[in-house]
Design a protein around this ligand. Structure first.
Ligand code: BG6
Length: 489
């Protein structure tokens, strides 16, 4: 199937082409785009890594990865077309002179050079200088980079400064793969295309909002990276704050990147700081211990391969966030995210206010408030919890809480749901910045997160243990119980 594509052909250069991200995500997503005719016919994919490999060797590696992840989804004719796009260059990214090889390959007259940095941020500076030094870039070239963009405000500024010395902001595409998820983008549609929500989305009607991003996996052999990072930096600074900005922002003037980013930044600026003074009351840190996931025993964080048994890095965090603006005054957002939770679950629960007066008190003394539950993954969909009369003629009006539920899978069976990476790689090739993060957003998010991280470092409170297979430590329940609320379970 070949569709008409409407963007200019690219030379997509993947630095770190033999690494995990490239093999597990990028090549697979590119193959899927190929399958659906979404890659421009003249686009080429150039793998760059420091290992001694040939283009044929790279093609074989790509094929093995695809077989491992896609199995019989691979179609021979599509693979042939895809593999013809692939080639390989051996470049030691720390050696400036080796970047010259790119000049022999890149075709600036016909194609836009899209540089995908799928390597450790420690190499970003080398790549930027290498690309600048060899003169292969022009004003059309782009760069795509992923988190972690630094581990705090200062280190993220350093990375952004180096990038800015070579690329203009309009050429930079910073990925948060949650922004490629259909259900995250659907928040825009839900909020700004449906009048029942546009008019009921503020402190008048909403009591509080919960955001949960739980995973049953542990750290998956990434001890070195994760232990330096922790759940606050690995998940909350980016994915959860991105979800929060979509839930909390004011209506943007239009769907342009500039309008959406401007509204997101306003939310980030309005987050009430968490400091040493209130960190114990507003946050809970946890670390998993041995436990069970789906019936199987799993080791605790400190027993993972390569672990430093003295580590006090958190694998769980729960936070009460207050947004100091007109819309959200008095409406707390509770966010929690953790590894080794009972299951994979990403959801937003909007809890509406209780009614001021209950005329059904004889049959239903505690009228539960309405709830909107947005399931981001898995089982993408939306539920509204509401009260209805139970049918019957016994003289009393009996109420029961029932669910209006929309399953995306059922409703959009005919539409393919692409993964985050497919969408984001395609948008980067198309040159559409809407789903990418601006420098200001990232730095604003770090400013808020750094204050929490500093407060934790200064009060020396160790993370609270929780057995793997639980929704975090008991203190997380207490965080809401103090406000007479409870997590949605
Ligand atoms: C990554 C984190 O950004 O997101 C991982 O580094 C985490 O620790 C992953 O497992 C979760 O992504 P998803 O799409 O599976 O929810």
């Amino acid at each position: 199937m070949t569709k008409q594509t409407t963007y200019q052909p690219c030379d997509l250069v993947i630095y770190g082409a033999l690494g995990d991200l490239s093999k597990r995500k990028l090549l697979i997503s590119l193959y899927r785009l190929e399958k659906h005719g979404l890659i421009e016919a003249d686009t080429r994919i150039i793998g760059v890594d420091r290992l001694d490999e040939t283009s044929q060797g790279f093609i074989d590696i790509a094929q093995k990865s695809l077989q491992a992840f896609l199995g019989n989804e691979i179609d021979d004719a599509i693979w042939q077309r895809f593999s013809r796009r692939l080639s390989y260059l051996q470049i030691d990214l720390t050696r400036l002179e080796q970047y010259q090889q790119l000049n022999a390959v890149i075709d600036r007259a016909k194609r836009i050079m899209v540089n995908y940095f799928a390597v450790s941020p420690l190499l970003f500076k080398n790549i930027c200088h290498g690309l600048q030094g060899c003169g292969v870039l022009n004003g059309e070239s782009r760069m795509v980079m992923e988190k972690p963009i630094g581990h705090d405000l200062q280190s993220s500024r350093e990375i952004n400064d180096v990038v800015a010395s070579v690329f203009q902001e309009r050429q930079v595409f910073r990925i948060d793969h949650y922004l490629g998820k259909e259900t995250v983008l659907n928040l825009l549609a839900l909020r700004f295309a449906n009048s029942i929500f546009t008019t009921n989305w503020n402190h008048d009607t909403i009591d509080h909002i919960q955001i949960t991003v739980g995973e049953d996996i542990g750290i998956e052999g990434r001890w070195d990276y994760f232990d330096q990072s922790g759940q606050l930096r690995d998940m909350l600074q980016n994915h959860l704050l991105q979800i929060l900005t979509f839930v909390a922002m004011e209506p943007p003037a239009d769907l342009s990147a500039a309008s959406i980013r401007a509204e997101k930044i306003k939310v980030l600026k309005a987050l009430r700081p968490i400091t040493l003074r209130n960190v114990d009351e507003k946050t809970v840190r946890g670390q998993y211990t041995t436990g069970f996931i789906k019936g199987s025993a799993v080791p605790g964080y400190l027993e993972e391969d390569g672990a430093n048994p003295g580590s006090s890095t958190e694998t769980f965090v729960a936070i009460r966030v207050d947004i100091d603006n007109w819309r959200w005054a008095g409406v707390p957002f509770y966010m929690r995210t953790g590894k080794r939770m009972p299951g994979k679950r990403t959801e937003i629960v909007v809890n509406f206010k209780q009614l001021p007066h209950n005329i059904f008190k004889d049959s239903f003394p505690d009228l539960p408030a309405n709830k909107l539950v947005i399931h981001l993954q898995p089982n993408e969909g939306i539920d509204i919890m509401m009260l209805n009369k139970v049918p019957g003629i016994d003289g009393n009006i009996k109420l029961q809480q029932t669910k209006l539920d929309l399953s995306f899978y059922e409703a959009f069976k005919k539409n393919l749901i692409f993964g985050g990476y497919e969408k984001l790689i395609l948008e980067a090739m198309r040159g559409n910045p809407t789903l990418f993060l601006s420098r200001e957003e990232i730095e604003q998010a770090w400013t808020w997160v750094d204050s929490i991280q500093d407060a934790w470092a200064n009060n020396h409170t160790p993370p609270r243990p929780y057995p793997a297979g639980n929704w975090g430590p008991v203190a997380s329940v207490a965080l809401l119980a103090r406000d007479n609320r409870a997590w949605e379970e």
